[in-house]
Design a protein around this ligand. Sequence first.
Ligand code: SAM
Length: 227
Amino acid sequence: MNGKKKQVKIIFDSIAYRYDFLNHLLSFGFDYYWRKRALRLTGVNSGSILLDIACGTGDVSIEARKLGVEKIFGADFSFNMLQLFSKKSPWIKGKSIQMVAENIPFKDYSVTNIAVAFGVRNFYDIQEGFNSFYKVLTPGGKATIIEFRLPSNPVFKGFYKFYFKKILPLVGGIISGDKEAYSYLPRSVEEFDEKIDMKELLSNSGFKKIDMYTLTMGIVQVIIATK
Ligand SMILES: C[S@@+](CC[C@H](N)C(=O)[O-])C[C@H]1O[C@@H](n2cnc3c(N)ncnc32)[C@H](O)[C@@H]1O
């Protein structure tokens, strides 16, 4: 198995049972707002067919359901995360699939919306992931990506880096019992921020209209790419 694929899968299978608790604690509850805001910016509704990629324990799908979306599929390569999603939300049973984002086994033009929250950074091949999104979206369909970024304000960036690189791995490591998983998080965000131009990769895959938003002083980016 590809090195990054294996490493990331091990991490999420290992922290799955503490994931939700730590997510809400370490983001001070902001993660709920980020998902809701991104879905509102996208404009999902009862006519949407949503594929929640890297769905984890399902918080994007849960938020989408509150906004009236009925046709929802969840996809993730971590079995443990998917199991927790089904426990939390029995309505997803039969519609959550263990698969990789880089090779979505859906028919071409079969979904109106794809959403990925805090998943793209972990893909082992982001370009392949975006190619796969493009294939399964209907014309006019939208891919909504939520991802961590580093803030640009130098003073805030200093505070943020201290929290993200010192406090978060410490608390996350103690509570989850997996020190490596919570030092992977800031490392992966920093590397992603330095190296990845999502706009370029999305246009390589064929997306024409790409709208970008920043939330909470630039620590989160939302990208909405239309096919
Ligand atoms: C940080 S969690 C995000 C979960 C959820 N979207 C949320 O908002 O809380 C990242 C998820 O991406 C999944 N993942 C990472 N790389 C993947 C890939 N290449 N294919 C499918 N799932 C992947 C992990 O298993 C994990 O559940």
